[in-house]
Design a binder for this molecule. Sequence first.
Ligand code: BG6
Length: 488
Amino acid sequence: MASRVIPVEPFDLIVVGATGDLGRRKILPALFRRFCAGQMPPQARVIGAARSKMSRDEFRDVVAGALREFSPAQASEAGALAGFLDCVDYQAIDARGSSGWPELGEKLSPGRVRAFYFSVGPDLFGDLARRIREFGLVSDDTRIVVEKPFGHDLASARALNVALAEQFEEREIYRIDHYLGKETVQNLMAVRFGNMLFEPLWNSQYVDHIQITVAETVGVGGRGEYYDGAGAMRDMIQNHLMQLLCLIAMEPPAKFEPDSVRDEKLKVIRALDAVPPHHIVRGQYTADPAHPEAAAGYRDEVGHPRSTTESYVALKAHISNWRWAGTPFYLRTGKRLVARSSVINVMFKDAPHSIFDADAGRHANILTIRLQPNEGITLHVTIKEPGPGGMRLVDVPLDMSFAEALGPDGRDPADAYERLIMDVIRGNQTLFMRGDEVEEAWAWTDPVIAGWQSRGDVPKPYVIGSTGPTDADLLMKRDERRWRGINP
Ligand code: BG6
């Protein structure tokens, strides 16, 4: 099943901070792949903008290097790289001064979508927005794309929203949470709202609890300074896991339209209860004593021997509304865990009464939504064990692995950034966070962090390559539940 590619109109995309890590790893390769797929037309312009003085050819070399490294298959296709590089230009700008802005303006074409992608730290968002307005670079079709972290807490997120709102309207602002661009995350909405099967059961009467796991094998790498000031709660829970929780828990929007969807997500965040301290476990990875040479523990990696920043969080959240009262949502995320695995498990209740003998066995249904790797959805159902040996029940997975079901497109789904950047160009804000949503998410997160800070809590150690601190298992055990395994 090949996906249809509908080319977008020629656009100008100005990537501020294009030579940074995100630009090289994600934004430029995503554009390149859309170019190779025929979606980005050759008349489109991708203009890198950063502080460093560089000629267009020097920038093209940087871009070519990034594409060879991060999109090697496409970069080896005859003519593809050269064709894309023809679309690429560069302009040095001073975000806090005036140099470079008039020249940037001269490179922009009238009558096109003009998207400014701020792939820089949030401290520059306000300055950049002002310069764009001040130097007359705003057209009727201007879009501003901003990356996370969108703030460090509620106050800083509000300040960013105010700074952007002084220059642009909300309909022009695209706040990226790249989890919303993942194939299976969108499929979650298709499965929930495109089928009759699940929605009647999608509530506390039938769902025992929900587990959302985002496990990573990577450590903090070169981002130690940022990460040590943030931690897993700010880096992952406040945004990515929160968005997953919203999509699972929200009411059906009246339409698949930006504000209908975002209104429903906002209601979920507002209905979240405060999280008491005994419903949270924080962890920090330590070197494996059996292989201390394999990877450094968190404190060594960030170079902060007394850091109390968490690289792992598990928590139990409650949503106080009619649909979910009494059904807990267990969230966990961590770095340097046993496997890379992002999975949502919707754990249904047991059937109210079993007509079979106790020794036939009993299995509750589980709907497993795998975000990565091996994107797919599995419904665990109970059937009779085949054969003449009497009535014994077994749990079998009805597996819809996208790799098998969708052929090449399922095996190699578009990266989240490909989809999100094309949505910016098309002007579709459904998969972007609205300002009020981000603020509500911080309003829920801030007291949790303030709580452990005031208590002086220290994260529990967990060994690199494990499933996280044992206290996270106890969090479940107290409720007579268990985490599903973290499997690649
Ligand atoms: C980013 C976080 O937003 O998401 C990183 O800042 C994290 O710390 C990353 O590693 C995970 O993204 P993905 O797409 O690899 O699951």
